[in-house]
Design a protein around this ligand. Structure first.
Ligand code: SF4
Length: 702
């Protein structure tokens, strides 16, 4: 307050995948305040409360400012970076010497810069000899990755945000856009075509309330509903036969598969009146530009991949893809989930290459000038496989970077018991107080957004630059610098000698992307990214017409009907719906749904809880949503304290009696540290993404 800025700069927001531009107001080289950037093609001058509070959360008292090492008394105590690095490397090397290189692993994140992910994956796998490392994007986006790869031939969300404004029908499946992606929702509200908004969600969410059609289906019946919609469209001939013939494979088999899904069975199959489903089908048919959107309600499901592909199938069969206002569009969650998906070297080799493909290994080894023998020939275990590996004793050292699995992993008690089995746990984070950091043997203090530079890739595939606008506290270092230190102390520094700055790493990433669908060779440098207010992939060098060339500010995939499979065609992929592994029963008769609680909260609240403004925008008391009918039968009054119990745990909450949940369902926000004590550990077969939104519980008065 009272400080008059004397300069401004811009940066992309570091919270969510929307990728809003922020204007930083600077005084003598340091940011003192911020406001939404008005000339940013993403947010058009808007920001949500989290974005506005981006600087506040950097000043929290629990910022990690020194490396901390657990002593003989079991307590973390400050040590120098030199001692921290020597201890880290010697402990991990000792474990590898006794148990093999694969006995140490890492869990990464969608929160750090793309260049940092790229460096981490290269360092851990090519330099330190690890095989196993995964990202927390396994918890949010793995389903979309697999569904796109199988259907389109590459992990390729096709849309651009302008599609929100150009559709005349928008179908949201398992997405509470209004809360989870408020600026994207603002863009829907700016749509000038008076669009029909269809929401498919068991809850009457904020987005459902604003919709023209809400289908409150029974949880986990999405596939049956989507197949019913497909079958009716086929029966009525409301499909684009020429598009199907020219640009897809597998339609005839799909047609036979969905034939048994009759409209009149909607009530039995999904709990929906056939007339309500028919209204939606009619709206899809009547629309000239229909866009389909999904997020965690689909991704975090035991059949998430096939459900996402049921959505993709609808877009393909109606020709609603590759045109303005259309698409089968997965919305990501974290600020850099897309960076993790394509450039992190976790389960994919950088730039969407494959570890199991010799040609790809040779190509990347050549570009990065590293021995090809240093690139693993196998894929990493996925996150749940790494957790199982720890339980079996196969993995004994773990490096966790910018994520909080002791809070966020499904079936929390089991996760905490799993981490307790490790010989050595290293946690690298901005805050020393997270549920995972307090378990660490070694804690490395990391700089946060605003204290370092790099790029994020948002939901519409746009690279955006974030900048250093304030100093990091104490001895905290940018993750990029921590990785350089680890490389030095490990003895593999020479392998990465060309990557002195994030922009050096960006230039290396560019080379790795050449010829791939995510080709970014046309992005000259950070300056170009800054001037353009972000650039979407692909942007190829051969598009450039000179040093002043700038790509179009909005780019959509598949406008030519060409997909990334060898034959250029997309695939119809489908499967039989199956019941989830746990269903309500006599002992636990209610179904627990989880999700984002408010637009002011984020993930495990490691950041949002640090802002007094954000804390006033949500209830700090845990509320469990319960339908009035269930509350009546359990003699529960509004705001009563209740116990929510599952076969795995018990938590205490206040009853929020509301018809936003159906009878037989309850809802808890995921942000609270106890919600995952109840969740049931089931995973999608193909993506290994946890199914967070389904557990059997009961409620008793506390
Ligand atoms: Fe930041 Fe996401 Fe909010 Fe935009 S919508 S200001 S990117 S948190």
């Amino acid at each position: 307050a009272g400080i008059k800025p004397n300069a401004t700069t811009t940066s992309v927001c570091g919270f969510c995948s929307t990728g809003c531009g922020l204007e930083l107001h600077m005084k003598d080289g340091q940011a003192v305040n911020l406001s939404p950037a008005v000339d940013w093609p993403v947010n058009l001058g808007m920001a949500c409360p989290k974005g506005w509070e981006s600087l506040t959360i950097l000043k929290a008292n629990d910022r990690a400012t020194q490396p901390l090492l657990k002593g003989a008394d079991g307590k973390l105590a400050p040590v120098s970076w030199d001692e921290a690095m020597k201890t880290f490397c010697s402990r991990f090397k000792d474990i590898q010497a006794k148990h093999g290189n694969d006995s140490v692993a890492f869990l990464s994140t969608g929160q750090i810069a793309t260049e940092e992910m790229f460096f981490l994956g290269a360092l851990a796998k090519f330099g330190m000899g690890m095989l196993h490392g995964d990202g927390n994007t396994r918890q949010c986006m793995a389903t979309a990755v697999v569904s796109y790869k199988e259907s389109f031939g590459f992990d390729a969300p096709p849309f651009t945000y302008a599609d929100f404004e150009e559709s005349d029908v928008l179908v949201f499946v398992g997405s509470n856009l209004c809360i989870a992606h408020p600026i994207m929702w603002e863009r829907v509200l700016r749509n000038p075509h008076d669009p029909k908004i269809i929401v498919i969600d068991p809850r009457r969410t904020e987005t459902a309330v604003a919709a023209t059609h809400h289908l409150p289906l029974r949880p986990k019946t999405d596939m049956a509903l989507l197949y019913t919609i497909a079958n009716v469209l086929i029966e009525k001939g409301w499909i684009e036969e020429s598009y199907i013939a020219n640009h897809t494979n597998g339609f005839e088999q799909f047609k036979q598969h969905v034939a048994p899904y009759k409209l009149e069975d909607s009530l039995t199959n999904c709990g929906l009146a056939p007339s309500a489903v028919m209204e939606v089908i009619q709206a899809i048919h009547d629309g000239q530009r229909v866009s389909f959107w999904w997020t965690m309600g689909v991704n975090q499901s035991h059949q998430g991949v096939r459900t996402a592909q049921a959505i993709i199938n609808l877009a393909l069969m109606t020709g609603n893809i590759g045109r303005p206002g259309t698409g089968a569009n997965s919305i990501t969650g974290q600020c850099n989930a897309m960076g993790s998906r394509l450039f992190s070297n976790t389960t994919n080799l950088v730039g969407g290459h494959e570890f199991t493909n010799e040609e790809h290994r040779q190509k990347i080894a050549g570009i990065l000038d590293i021995p090809v023998a240093n690139i693993p020939t196998e894929n990493s275990w996925s996150y749940d496989g790494i957790m199982e590996g720890i339980r079996r004793g196969d993995i004994r050292g773990l490096w966790v970077i910018a994520t909080n699995p002791a809070h966020s992993w499904i079936h929390q008690q089991e996760a905490k018991e799993t981490f307790a089995k490790l010989d050595f746990l290293v946690v690298q984070d901005m805050y020393h107080s997270t549920e995972t950091a307090v378990l660490a043997d070694l804690m490395l203090p990391a700089a946060g957004w605003g204290e370092k530079e790099g790029t994020f890739i948002n939901s519409e595939r746009r690279f955006g630059l974030h900048k250093k606008v304030v100093p990091a506290p104490g001895e905290a270092l940018a993750d990029f610098q921590i990785f350089r230190l680890v490389a030095h102390y490990w003895g593999c520094e020479s392998m990465f000698h060309q990557w002195k700055t994030p922009e050096d790493a960006f230039q290396a990433m560019k080379k790795c992307s050449a010829g791939q669908p995510c080709d970014i060779t046309g992005i000259r440098d950070y300056r170009m990214l800054d001037d353009a207010r972000g650039i979407q992939w692909p942007t190829q060098s051969d598009e450039s017409t000179g040093d002043d060339w700038m790509p179009a500010s909005q780019r959509r995939l598949f406008e030519d009907g060409q997909y990334f499979h060898a034959d250029g065609k997309a695939r119809f992929i489908f499967e039989q719906p199956e019941a989830p592994g746990e269903v309500p029963n006599d002992a636990f008769p209610l179904r627990l749904l989880t999700g984002r609680g408010t637009a002011a909260q984020w993930h495990t609240q490691t950041k949002t809880s640090k802002s007094a403004v954000l804390r006033t925008l949500y209830s700090t008391t845990l509320l469990v949503d319960i339908n009035p009918n269930d509350a009546d039968s359990l003699l529960i009054e509004p705001h009563d304290w209740v116990l929510v119990q599952s076969a795995r745990g018990e938590i205490r909450a206040r009853a929020n009696v509301t018809s936003s949940v159906q009878p037989g369902h309850v809802f808890l926000p995921m942000h609270n540290e106890v919600t995952n004590q109840l969740t049931y550990p089931q995973f999608d077969t193909y993506s290994r993404q946890p199914s967070y939104k389904n557990a059997a519980v009961r409620i008793v008065k506390s």
